[in-house]
Design a protein around this ligand. Structure first.
Ligand SMILES: Nc1ncnc2c1ncn2[C@@H]1O[C@H](COP(=O)(O)OP(=O)(O)O)[C@@H](O)[C@H]1O
Ligand SMILES: [Mg+2]
Length: 326
């Protein structure tokens, strides 16, 4: 689908904030980063947090503000999970560090994405490289989980924790794009996008663009279509039916949902998992249900028959409901 859209027409790029001030949310991180820009100096940084929350965006914005017109020559983006290995990554770093920073800057910035994809041995090698070039290069490491980064690296970096973008902030950002691009979208569909994104701005913006390319007027059905998720109300309805003891009804709903939305067993189990919080059952029962769902998800991933596994989960809900509901 992206094949036909020129790069500058991809909305996540077109609307990527160009300055730190334009970054939405992450105020805590942004304020500290601005202080680095002002002092024109920074330590190595570690950005951790979920996808689509602004880690790459903040790095780019920072480099632009720190280096001005020369920023491109002083900034390099690498992916740690480069399939050719850590030696290739180190080779590129060495090459980049060989020449002096442009425009009188004191150092260059190397942005390394997916640092948590490296093995601990590779991270140890990276750490040595960081030390070796630290006079001329500052590193920004980006990862989803800081727990996967070895201590010697963590202790040499200032750590920034990026939060999922708040619903209000996602909505606000989408509204700007909707206005700028003249998108015709129902109020409810905007809420749907905000809900599905779960704090991932990239996902929200991408879904909006795909939806806009499909229909002239975007409604809830368009949203379900593009986001590969079922209507949460229908999923909740199915679970409640099972809790009320109606196994056959719940199984019919399951069929309907899987066929209508073209979902796999894994898709649906993930969605069932997020619906538990909305069910009116005790916390202790939610815990039991989580445990059971984890087991079933594992079996499906391992290749067990997904129909049988999903029906087993509904049966479990029926048994659970029999004990606690009415
Ligand atoms: N905090 C944010 N404020 C505004 N836009 C954002 C923010 N986070 C992500 N985005 C949008 O999502 C896209 C991906 O963001 P990016 O910074 O690459 O995320 P990641 O945290 O995965 O590195 C950006 O191009 C931008 O359009
Ligand atoms: Mg990124």
């Amino acid at each position: 689908m992206w094949g036909q859209i020129p790069m500058n027409e991809i909305w996540t790029e077109k609307y990527r904030p160009k300055s730190l001030d334009d970054v939405v949310g992450q105020r805590h991180a942004v304020e500290r980063l601005k202080a680095y820009v002002e002092s024109r100096n920074m330590p190595h940084l570690l950005f951790t947090g979920p996808a689509g929350t602004g880690k790459t965006t903040c790095s780019l914005a920072m480099a632009k503000e720190m280096f001005g017109g020369e920023w491109k020559g002083n900034f390099m983006e690498l992916n740690a999970s480069d399939e050719r290995g850590i030696d290739v990554v180190r080779g590129k770093i060495k090459e980049f560090a060989r020449t002096a920073p442009l425009g009188g800057a004191e150092f260059k910035i190397i942005f390394m994405d997916e640092a948590d994809a490296l093995t601990s041995d590779a991270q140890a090698a990276l750490r040595r490289t960081m030390e070796k070039f630290s006079k001329i290069c500052r590193f920004i490491l980006s990862c989803n989980y800081s727990s996967k980064i070895i201590d010697p690296i963590q202790s040499r970096c200032a750590v920034f924790r990026f939060q999922p973008v708040s619903k209000d902030d996602v909505r606000g950002f989408l509204m700007k794009i909707i206005t700028a691009e003249n998108v015709d979208i129902e109020e409810e569909a905007i809420e749907g996008l905000v809900h599905v994104a779960r704090g991932d701005m990239r996902r929200a913006v991408n879904s909006l663009q795909v939806a806009a390319s499909l229909n002239n007027r975007i409604d809830m059905d368009t949203i379900y279509q593009v986001t590969g998720m079922a209507n949460p109300e229908e999923v909740k309805g199915m679970l409640e039916m099972a809790l009320d003891g109606n196994f056959v009804g719940a199984r019919d709903r399951l069929d309907e949902i899987m066929i209508t939305y073209g979902l796999s067993g894994q898709d649906i189990i993930r969605q069932i998992h997020t619906s538990f919080f909305e069910l009116s059952i005790d916390d202790s029962e939610k815990v039991r249900l989580m445990d059971k769902t984890g087991e079933i998800e594992f079996r499906i991933v391992e290749g067990s028959n997904e129909r049988i596994q999903l029906e087993a989960l509904l049966a479990y809900l029926v048994m659970m409901g029999g004990g606690s509901r009415r």
